[in-house]
Design a protein around this ligand. Structure first.
Ligand code: AQP
Length: 337
């Protein structure tokens, strides 16, 4: 994955709704780590977003700490950058309310992620899930961040963020919020469910068999890849041979990102070979990537105070940036200060 250093302010978040999976890792976290080199990065455990779907309160607290440990283990540097939990910085909620009043209902109705997540019984979902993209816009714009590393599934929400910023600037006749740019990994932007190549890999999928979690033990990784859906044909030698073979394409894409090879190169090596050989090589690559993160996470989880302190320091640093920006936005819309 190649990311050009730009010296920008970066914001990104992840929901503490479970253990991050390979999709979160390849679509977001790996990118987060890389761009720390040359940018000012603000990374957030978005517990307020998590609440848009019911969460067990005890589990949610545990998951925030678990994800903090995983992000640190994956290489996030909380000294040079900022790592915190969203609910501890009130600027997010305050700006989100303003954006609820800026966004038009027609815009929200076009959000495909809501449609996917809400399912058939839309009316039974929380209002929070519906206005989730407004909170996401507030997360980013509370810091006037201009660079947002996310997976491909978030592209539409970023476009909405830009529409909100433009409308706010237009309505209040000033150039206050910047336009944001997504930093979306080109290869394997969307990692798919191992059991169903038409669905994205997701933390909230009831079955863990469809996802590789970053805390999976080596034998779990091997078993999940063994049982991953494939087909009876050998792998093709050309990329065109993967059209209509969603699950095979997903496995090859994962391999190509982990091995830092193009799909063409992977198929040069594995074209004509059966899935058992390929899956065994894929498991090896996954274990090589995930085992050190799992090990380090376990060590970090042994000291919860340390993790609490990291988040506390992160919240203070985040507030110091967001507070003046959001206070000014409140003043602009007419709140007494
Ligand atoms: N399957 C995926 N492939 C590539 N990128 C992905 N991301 C999520 N799933 C994939 C990226 O991970 C970042 C954090 O996502 P999130 O946890 O905030 O929420 P999400 O996109 O809704 O992810 P999940 O796993 O599907 O969570 P649940 O099940 O809780 O809703 C984002 O940058 C996202 O693009």
């Amino acid at each position: 994955m190649s990311v050009k250093p730009s010296g920008k302010r970066v914001f990104s978040g992840i929901q503490p709704t479970g253990i991050p999976h390979l999709g979160n890792y390849l679509g977001a976290i790996q990118n987060w780590v890389d761009i720390q080199q040359n940018n000012e990065c603000i990374y957030c455990l978005v517990d307020m977003h998590a609440l848009t779907v019911w969460q067990d309160p005890i589990a949610l607290k545990k998951q925030v700490l678990e994800q903090t440990a995983i992000l640190l283990a994956a290489g996030i540097d909380p000294q040079k950058h900022i790592l915190f939990n969203q609910s501890s910085v009130s600027a997010h909620a305050r700006l989100a309310w303003i954006f609820n009043c800026v966004t038009r209902i027609g815009w929200m109705n076009r959000m495909t992620q809501f449609k996917d997540k809400a399912g058939k019984n839309r009316e039974a979902n929380s209002v929070g899930l519906y206005v989730y993209p407004n909170l996401m816009a507030a997360d980013i714009l509370a810091y006037k961040a201009t660079c947002v590393p996310v997976g491909e599934d978030q592209r539409q929400h970023l476009e909405l963020t830009n529409d909100i910023a433009l409308k706010f600037n237009y309505d209040y006749e000033r150039d206050f919020f910047p336009q944001v740019e997504g930093l979306i990994p080109k290869i394997s932007a969307r990692v798919m469910n191992l059991r169903d190549g038409s669905k994205k890999m997701s933390k909230s999928d009831p079955s863990k068999q469809g996802r590789i979690e970053l805390l999976d033990e080596n034998d779990e990784i091997i078993n999940k890849i063994k049982r991953a859906k494939s087909d009876s044909e050998p792998l093709p030698s050309e990329k065109e041979g993967l059209v209509h073979r969603l699950e095979a394409l997903n496995l090859v894409s994962i391999y190509s990102v982990l091995a830092k090879q193009t799909i063409k190169q992977v198929l040069q090596d594995f074209g004509g070979k059966g899935f058992s050989v390929f899956k065994s090589a894929l498991s090896d690559l996954l274990i090589q990537e995930i085992a050190p993160i799992r090990q380090k996470t376990k060590e970090l989880l042994a000291d919860e105070n340390y993790l609490h302190n990291i988040l506390k320091q992160g919240s203070a640093k985040a507030s110091a940036i967001a507070e003046p920006i959001v206070s000014e936005a409140e003043y602009i819309v007419g709140f007494l200060k």
